[in-house]
Structures are given as structure tokens and as C-alpha cells.
Ligand binder design. Structure first.
Ligand SMILES: Cc1cc2nc3c(=O)[nH]c(=O)nc-3n(C[C@H](O)[C@H](O)[C@H](O)COP(=O)(O)OP(=O)(O)OC[C@H]3O[C@@H](n4cnc5c(N)ncnc54)[C@H](O)[C@@H]3O)c2cc1C
Ligand SMILES: Cc1cc2nc3c(=O)[nH]c(=O)nc-3n(C[C@H](O)[C@H](O)[C@H](O)COP(=O)(O)O)c2cc1C
Ligand code: SF4
Ligand code: SF4
Ligand code: SF4
Length: 863
């Protein structure tokens, strides 16, 4: 099976995750036999929630790092990847390997187990099935002992899969994670009979998980098989992996002629390993033709590359020996009697095709059966075709105290299926033998995301903002279930005053390069639904989710209208109101952002509402003005308890080059209308900071505009937002983004050693000054890391034409360097460099004008 060993850099992993389509009901997930949930860990990585991605991966698969190296992904998770419909599948195992590496480098402790309760479980065999069962049982509070016949745990991962495909260090690290959960390993302890198994039950073990694999290799059934120089795959690969035995084996293989019998993955591993041990000639002899070989394509390709010669559609007829050693083999070509049935009984010799191969070593790799030590036990349990029979759902054997999994229960298995069997068995054992004592997992305390805003407690600061994402109770209820702390329900209006009919199409997305949906233009007005229906929904939501905050967004067109909407919302149970003074495309005069720019009217309507309700009132501001303070102060004078900013920006995102009309185009014509999403974040941050900084205003601010990731959220909080609202991020990716917003923000607080999100609010404002206040005593210049520089010269072009001609490219080494005398430290070069962190900032003493003046003289003076 392939070697997936590439460890991506952070940049590489994020870029690869950036190719992922973030599918609904993702096919990659159903392809992964261990339920590792690649779709979620890639989504989390994409949302900048790297530690969350690690947690998802690790909690689902204790051997995630190992799997990332050895999974035959082309027939597992990557096989059905939707991205294949565009170009290549996502390199899922490479992302997984990156995450596992990140986890280790960061010293993360993802798995936790409680102090064991009153039940003991014996796991026999420490391959992936046993390791997975042991982990999952320990995490549930069971005392687990793993018994292993070999001197170290790991099964075929340690003694079978060659080191060139699986680094033993990765396996050792994962086994250490399992030991740290309190799992006990008793190695060099073969369990060997039914009586011995019964002794386990006498030793207070409640149940057994059997996972001894298939480690009894089959013989060829030819005369001479006991000659020296003949080995089976198990012995050959085990010796090739042992530190003490490898050199000895190399001596036996180096310069020799090797024949490997078999055409599967194990045979390919043996053949390639023999080549790597410097064998002179390696033949792989198989009954199957090349295109029938059970080995995967990349395994065959690797064998070809290593120089393995294939003798396919061939059968070994005999072994020749001399002085007790093998000296050759004889064979002949075959054809199948019945097409498509690849078993020895179906092979027919083709006369005249006999051949002989001088051979110094023969390796048998034609399959295996049950561990011999357990034959007595295994015959007492139900089995079929040489495999133990277990329930598919719970891995239980015909003895209700014995569960089994891994290779011993089904053929053609992989590491992931063994991991899954272990998980299933752990669930089933916990159900059949429940703990009677209470166990608690010692989970580390996480920082608190609770905030108080306008007198209400929010479980976290993340709210849906008024828009289609908060259109109906059904939608909002799904959002709450996903973890959102509150909602600003889609703006209510009174249909008898103005009947809303939104135009179609009403959206246009702005894409930039390969990045889709960085901005969204909409020409939608307030809610089209009847007021009574919306109020009923608010009422239902508040009753159903008493711990979530419901803010009713309203827009009236007269005093009566505002009062009716405000009172109706209060009566329906809304915790607060948001007054929409900011919709930029209301088709009715004297509504939306026109009120937001008419300060007396804004103050008046705020006061009208305040005088008629007792719940807090937030005024939502338009960003389509230069200074947001005057309208906000007007709202305050009207009695507003808080300000929310921003609504959408008036914009034209695109013009259709065929029809000449702005987009979205409605029956041939477009309009200036509301623009939102990541592209407006910088403008939103600016408005929020200005409001939060104002002593005169001194009201809490709800931050809105382009929030997608926890990093965006943290920036709004640092710039003074006391609560956060999101629309476009949800329209693009769904309610699911809240998990990464929460997890990522908690991790960030932890990394800053902060206990509560409230400690972030406004913390960055002290560093925000007017540009005229930068009195510098030191300058920075750029500095290129020649180790990572790829010599693309983008920094050169940018600096040459857009800055101060301070970058040089060495034409021999193709690396960039900085002329420190000329560099003015604008850092344009850093921003265009495609290798993250290749160009950094270096502080210098004093001020560097970068020879600007000298250049001018030189140029004027004629070169
Ligand atoms: C050469 C080779 C390469 C492979 N490459 C891949 C690959 O790249 N990707 C992939 O997904 N799969 C691969 N596989 C398949 C994969 O390794 C197996 O499917 C998987 O290891 C099965 O796990 P298991 O826990 O059932 O058994 P095993 O890994 O076989 O572990 C069984 C354990 O039980 C122990 N044991 C046996 N008898 C007793 C006893 N009586 N008492 C106590 N302990 C006992 C054994 O010593 C062993 O440690 C490969 C298999 C081989 C042979
Ligand atoms: C399609 C759409 C409809 C919207 N409808 C409303 C609305 O009814 N009331 C309102 O106050 N804001 C409305 N907004 C604005 C959003 O609530 C939010 O202020 C704005 O989109 C910026 O946030 P974002 O970048 O997270 O989307 C709407 C936005 C979009 C994209
Ligand atoms: S465990 Fe293996 S099959 Fe599953 S997602 Fe990871 S690499 Fe793919
Ligand atoms: S199937 Fe492919 S594109 Fe879709 S979520 Fe999975 S990895 Fe991403
Ligand atoms: S842009 Fe970056 S990678 Fe390219 S030459 Fe300059 S420093 Fe090197």
C-alpha cells in the first residue's frame, strides 16, 4: 500500500484544505473505514481552527498518524472525493499527517481517560484492532490490559508494514498516547488456549476482545519447502524491521537472487524490501496476470521503480536444492480455466512454457491464517471460511463475553477497518457490561465565552444577524442546536404599510482569483413573511431555547408602525430589539438607511420605541456615511442601549460585460445595493473601533461585517465589539461555522492565558492611534530567509516598480536579498511573497530614508 509520507507545511496544508469543497454529506467520510471524519477536520482547518481539526481527527482515530502513512486512500477516503469532478481529489492523508505532526509539535493532549471504574477488560493482540478497542474502553472508564505475544505492541504495524512506509517513531508515539490513558500492556505473553481464556474470566475480567490477526502464513505445499533460504513474509518482514536482525538479513539478501511468491500488497512489500536490502534480482511470481494482481496500482508502480521483475500468470512447480539450501525454482505459465476466478484450483498449466530461475532466497507471500496458539479457542467459537463470525454491529462472537475484530474476522482488511472494529467493540462492551460506578473524565477547564450584553447573558458572543440566515424558527432552531448564542431575527415590518416583494435574482457574489465568495451583494429588503407568523416564531423560539437571546429586528415607516412592531416583539418574548436604520435598498421612501442619515428622524424613532417597551434597544447603523458617531449619538439621545454596526455597504460588485448592466441584473437593469462578507471586514472593524473608542458615545457595540473565522471574531472583540453578528459567513458555509468560532476562540484565549472572552473586549483599542501620532525612533527593514526563498522574484518586481528598488535577485542561487541601505521597510515585498514567513521584518536603530533623496539627485544628474 502506498507511502503517504509527505508532511505538508502549514501553508501547504491550508492551501490543500482550501481546495476542499466542504461538501454536504461528504463522500470522503463514508470512504474512511475508521470514521475519522476527514470532512470535519478539513473544514476546521479551513476555518483556521487547527487545534479543533486535530481534536476531531484524534478523537475519532487513535492511530490517525499511522493511518495517514499507510491508508490506501485511493480506495478509501479519496476515492469518492467530489473534488475529482473538477481536478484531483483532496490529499486527505497528507492533511491528516500534517495535523498529527502539528499535534505532536504543539504537545497537545487530546485524549483523556477517567480513573477506571469497576470493570476490567482483557484485549488479546495489540495490532490496530486491539489498540483501538483498548483506547476507546479506557476513555470510557474501563481498566484495560492488553496481552501481546510479541515483545512489543503494534501487531503488523510493528512487525509487518516496512519502515520505508511507516516510520516506527510515529507508531511508538501513538502507543505512548494509549499508555498515557492508563492502558496496561503485558507483552511476550501469548494467550494460548480455551482454558487460559477462561482463566481471564476467573481473574475478574468481565469481557475479552480478541484481535490476534492472521499471523500464520500459508505454505506453498511444494516439496523442499524446509530447505534453508526459504522464508514466509511474516518472518522476512519482521527480520527486516528489527534493529538487531536487519543487518543479518541484509547479508543474506545483498547481491542475491530472490523469488517472492504472491501478487498482493504483502508480496509487493517483500519484493521492494528485498530490493532495498540490495538484492541483485527480485522476481515476483504470481498466478494472476498483471492487471489482475490484487496489489494496488501505486504498490506495483513502486515495485517497478525499484526494479522488481514480474512473472505474472505463472505457477511455481517445484523447488530445487543443494546441500540443504535452495538453489532454484521451476515454474510454468498458466491460464485460467474459468475466467475471473483467481484460485489455484482454477489454474491450468500452459505446456511448453516451463522455466527455471536460479534462486538464493524464496519468500512465500500467499496469505495467512489464525494465530496457531489460539486454535483450540477459536474452534469453539463460530467461524466461517477461516474467519471468526461476529455480529457486524457489535463484534460479539458466539460467546457473549468474547468480542473480536480486525483481520481475524474478515479478509482483505486494512488498518482503518481494524480501528473501526475496535471502536465498535468498545461501544458494545460498554453497553453489555456497563460500569456501576460513576467515572468522570478529567477534562481541562476551558476559558469562558459567556458575555453580558444589554443586561442579558449570552452563552457565547456569536449571533446570527438579521438576514435570510435568521428567517424562520425552523432555521434558527437548527442554528441554536449547532451552538449559536443568539439571533437577530430577520427584520420585521408591517405588510399592510408596505408589502415586500424582493426582486430576483437578488444576489451577486464577488470572487477573486481562485477564492470564491469574498463579497456578496444583495438587493433584498426586510422580511417578506407576515408579521403574525414571525412573532409566533419568536415566541416559539424563546420558549424552546430559554438560554438563547432573541433580538427582534424591526423597521417601521411611521410612529404607529414602529410601536406595533416593538410591542409585538416584546410580547412575543424577544429579549431586545434592533432598530434597522440601515438597509440600503428599501424601495419605500423614508425607510432603511435614509433614516440612518437623518439624525433627528433616527433619534425620534428610537425614542418612540424606547417610550413604548421596557426591553433594551439597539440601533443598527449604516456604514454608507463618513462618520458613524453623529447618528450613533443621536440614537443614544433617543435612548438606545447599544449600537450595532455595520449593515451592508452600497456597492456595485460587477458589471455584466455582455449586457453592460450592473449585477445582479433584474430584467436588464442593476442597482447600487448592499455589499457584505469578508471583503467588508476592514471597513466594519474601523467603524466598530471608532464607536467603541468614543467616550461621548460610551455604549456597547455589536460588531458585524465579514466575520467568518475565530480570528475575525477576535479582531472585532479586540477593537471593542461586545457581541458579534454574522450573515455572509453562514450563507457561504452554513451554521456549522459556529463550532470553529467557539473552539478557535477558546484556544486563542487559552494561548493568551485569559480566562474569559470579556478580557478581550476593547483590549486592542489602546494601540489604535491617529496616523499623525506615529513618532518613530526606530525603523524596520525587510529580511529574506534564503533557506525558504524559492527565487520567484515577485518581491523584486513589487519593490522595483512599487517601492524603493531595494531587492536584488542573485542569478546564480536564484535567491532574493535586501539592500538594507535602500530598504524603507514598507514591507510590500513581504505581502507579495508567495512563501509565508520567507520575508520578515527586522528592526534597525534610527530612521532609514532608503536613499530616496540620493536617488533623485543621481537621476536628475543623469544616471
Ligand atoms: C506486510 C503487510 C502490509 C500491510 N500494509 C497495509 C497498509 O499499508 N495499509 C493498511 O491499511 N493495511 C495494511 N496491511 C493490513 C493491516 O496491517 C492489517 O489489516 C491490520 O494490521 C490488522 O490488524 P489486527 O489488529 O487485526 O491484527 P494484527 O495487526 O495482525 O495484530 C494482531 C496482534 O495479535 C498478536 N497475537 C497473535 N496471536 C496472539 C496470541 N495468541 N496471544 C497474544 N497475542 C497474539 C500478534 O502478535 C499481533 O501483535 C498490511 C498487512 C501486511 C501483512
Ligand atoms: C441577503 C441579505 C439580507 C439582509 N437582510 C437584512 C435585514 O433584513 N435586516 C438587517 O438589519 N440587515 C440585513 N442584512 C445585513 C446583515 O445583517 C449584516 O449586517 C451584513 O450582511 C454584514 O454582515 P456579514 O458580512 O456577516 O454578512 C442582510 C444581508 C444580506 C447579505
Ligand atoms: S484514516 Fe485513512 S481512510 Fe480515513 S480519512 Fe484518514 S487517511 Fe483517509
Ligand atoms: S469529498 Fe473531497 S471535496 Fe468533499 S469534503 Fe471530502 S475532501 Fe472535501
Ligand atoms: S517573493 Fe519571496 S520567494 Fe520570491 S524571490 Fe522574493 S523572497 Fe524569494
Amino acid at each position: 500500500m502506498p507511502n503517504n509520507k509527505i508532511i505538508l507545511t502549514l501553508q501547504g496544508a491550508i492551501q490543500e484544505a482550501g481546495r476542499c469543497l466542504l461538501c454536504h454529506d461528504a463522500p470522503c467520510n463514508s470512504g474512511c473505514g475508521a470514521d475519522t471524519d476527514p470532512a470535519t477536520f478539513i473544514f476546521k482547518l479551513r476555518m483556521g481552527n487547527i487545534k479543533g481539526a486535530v481534536r476531531t481527527m484524534r478523537r475519532n482515530n487513535v492511530l490517525a498518524a499511522t493511518c495517514a502513512q499507510v491508508c490506501p486512500t485511493c480506495r478509501l477516503c479519496e476515492e469518492g472525493c467530489s473534488r475529482s469532478g473538477i481536478d484531483e481529489p483532496i490529499r486527505i492523508s497528507a492533511i491528516q499527517a500534517f495535523l498529527a505532526d502539528y499535534e505532536r509539535r504543539e504537545g497537545m493532549h487530546v485524549l483523556h481517560a477517567p480513573k477506571p471504574g469497576n470493570r476490567k477488560i482483557a484485549v488479546i493482540g495489540s495490532g490496530p484492532a486491539g489498540l483501538s478497542a483498548a483506547t476507546n474502553l479506557a476513555m470510557k472508564g474501563y481498566a484495560v490490559t492488553v496481552l501481546e505475544k510479541r515483545s512489543e505492541p503494534g501487531g503488523l504495524l510493528r512487525y509487518g508494514i516496512p519502515d520505508h512506509r511507516l516510520d516506527p517513531d510515529i507508531l511508538n508515539h501513538e502507543i505512548d498516547l494509549i499508555r498515557n490513558l492508563g492502558v496496561k500492556f503485558e507483552c511476550a505473553k501469548p494467550v494460548s488456549s480455551k482454558t487460559e481464556l477462561n482463566e481471564f474470566f476467573n481473574r475478574d475480567f468481565d469481557a475479552i476482545f480478541l484481535a490476534t490477526g492472521y499471523d500464520q502464513p500459508y505454505d506453498l505445499g511444494l516439496l523442499g519447502e524446509d530447505l534453508s533460504g526459504i522464508m514466509n513474509w511474516e518472518e522476512f518482514l519482521r527480520l527486516s524491521k528489527g534493529e538487531e536482525t536487519r543487518d543479518d538479513l541484509r547479508e543474506k539478501v545483498q547481491g542475491k537472487r530472490i523469488v517472492v511468491v504472491g501478487g498482493g500488497s504483502v508480496a509487493m512489500d517483500c519484493a521492494v524490501t528485498a530490493k532495498m536490502l540490495a538484492a541483485d534480482r527480485v522476481y515476483a511470481v504470481s498466478l494472476e496476470a498483471m492487471d489482475e494482481l490484487p496489489a494496488d496500482m501505486d504498490e506495483k508502480e513502486l515495485a517497478f521503480r525499484e526494479g522488481v521483475r514480474f512473472k505474472s500468470s505463472c505457477r511455481l512447480m517445484g523447488i530445487q536444492g543443494e546441500n540443504g539450501r535452495i538453489k532454484g525454482v521451476k515454474g510454468c505459465e498458466i491460464r485460467w480455466k474459468k475466467p475471473g476466478w483467481f484460485v489455484p484450483e482454477n489454474a491450468q498449466d500452459v505446456s511448453g512454457t516451463e522455466f527455471s530461475l536460479p534462486t538464493d532466497m524464496l519468500i512465500k507471500a500467499i496469505g495467512a491464517g489464525f494465530s496457531p496458539e489460539l486454535q483450540a479457542t477459536l474452534t469453539s467459537l463460530n467461524s466461517k471460511d477461516g474467519r471468526l463470525v461476529t455480529s457486524v454491529q457489535n463484534m460479539q462472537t458466539s460467546d457473549p463475553r468474547i468480542f473480536a475484530g480486525g483481520d481475524m474476522v474478515a479478509s482483505g482488511k486494512t488498518v482503518v477497518t481494524a480501528v473501526m472494529d475496535g471502536k465498535k467493540a468498545a461501544e458494545a462492551i460498554a453497553e453489555a457490561f456497563p460500569l456501576s460506578t460513576t467515572v468522570t473524565v478529567p477534562l481541562p477547564k476551558r476559558p469562558s465565552l459567556e458575555i453580558e450584553f444589554c443586561g442579558s447573558k449570552f452563552i457565547n458572543p456569536f449571533c446570527l444577524s438579521a438576514s435570510p440566515v435568521a428567517n424562520t424558527a425552523e432555521m434558527v432552531s437548527r442554528a441554536f442546536d449547532a451552538g449559536w448564542g443568539g439571533v437577530v431575527y430577520k427584520t420585521l415590518n408591517i405588510e399592510r404599510e408596505y408589502k415586500i416583494v424582493d426582486p430576483t435574482p437578488r444576489l451577486n457574489a464577488l470572487h477573486h482569483g481562485d477564492r470564491r465568495f469574498i463579497g456578496l451583494q444583495n438587493i433584498e429588503m426586510v422580511s417578506e413573511r407576515p408579521l403574525a407568523q414571525n412573532l409566533k416564531d419568536i415566541d416559539w423560539l424563546k420558549k424552546r431555547y430559554p438560554d438563547r437571546i432573541i433580538i427582534s429586528s424591526i423597521m417601521g415607516y411611521s410612529d404607529e408602525g414602529w410601536i406595533e412592531l416593538a410591542k409585538g416583539s416584546e410580547d412575543a418574548g424577544a429579549d431586545m430589539l434592533e432598530l434597522n436604520f440601515s438597509c440600503p435598498q428599501m424601495a419605500i421612501e423614508g425607510a432603511g438607511h435614509t433614516i440612518g442619515q437623518d439624525y433627528p428622524a433616527l433619534e425620534h424613532f428610537t425614542k418612540v420605541v424606547k417610550d413604548n417597551v421596557s426591553i433594551p434597544v439597539i440601533a443598527k447603523m449604516t456604514p454608507n456615511i463618513t462618520d458613524m458617531l453623529p447618528p450613533s449619538i443621536a440614537a443614544k439621545q433617543g435612548g438606545a442601549d447599544a449600537i450595532s454596526a455595520i449593515n451592508t455597504l452600497r456597492a456595485i460588485t460587477e458589471v455584466n460585460l455582455d449586457t453592460f448592466a450592473p449585477m445582479p441584473t433584474i430584467q436588464g437593469r442593476g442597482s447600487i445595493s448592499g455589499y457584505s462578507g469578508p471583503a467588508v471586514k476592514p471597513i466594519a472593524l474601523r467603524f466598530v473601533a471608532e464607536l467603541a473608542q468614543s467616550d461621548e458615545l460610551s455604549l456597547p457595540v455589536s460588531g458585524i461585517g465579514g466575520i467568518e473565522t475565530w480570528q475575525d471574531a477576535a479582531m472585532f472583540l479586540l477593537m471593542g465589539a461586545a457581541n458579534l453578528q454574522v450573515t455572509t459567513g453562514v450563507m457561504h458555509y452554513g451554521y456549522r461555522i459556529v463550532e470553529s468560532l467557539i473552539e478557535g476562540l477558546e484556544d486563542y484565549l487559552e494561548s493568551k492565558k485569559l480566562e474569559s472572552v470579556t478580557e478581550l473586549i476593547g483590549r486592542g483599542l489602546q494601540y489604535l492611534v491617529d496616523p499623525s501620532e506615529h513618532h518613530q525612533t526606530k525603523h524596520v527593514i525587510s529580511s529574506v530567509d534564503v533557506e525558504t526563498c524559492i527565487g520567484c522574484g515577485l518581491c523584486y518586481i513589487a519593490c522595483h516598480d512599487g517601492a524603493n528598488q531595494a531587492i536584488r535577485i542573485d542569478s546564480d542561487t536564484r535567491t532574493a536579498s535586501v539592500d538594507e541601505e535602500r530598504c524603507v521597510g514598507c514591507l510590500l515585498c513581504k505581502h507579495v511573497c508567495p512563501v509565508w514567513d520567507c520575508i520578515s521584518m527586522k528592526e534597525i536603530d534610527g530612521i532609514n530614508v532608503g536613499g530616496m533623496h540620493g536617488d533623485a539627485i543621481r537621476f536628475v544628474g543623469g544616471k
